[in-house]
Design a protein. Sequence first.
Length: 81
Amino acid sequence: MKRLLIIGDAGVRKDDVISVDDTEYVCFSVTRNGDWHGPNRPQLWCIVGDEDEREIFDTQRYIPHFLETEATDADAVSVVS
């Protein structure tokens, strides 16, 4: 499980399966930032992982501040389903 920062609006919604650099992730949560104040493009802060990690996310058996963080542009993200 990791935090994925998408710069721009890639059209990602909660529970979508997304592909980043030929790796598929399930998007457990999405937080949209930058609509009113901040950067000139919105930012999507997502917590992503494998479907096997769903129970860990649902029961909150992780520390959000210690998740690995990766940033990518919205053009590099595609929604699979």
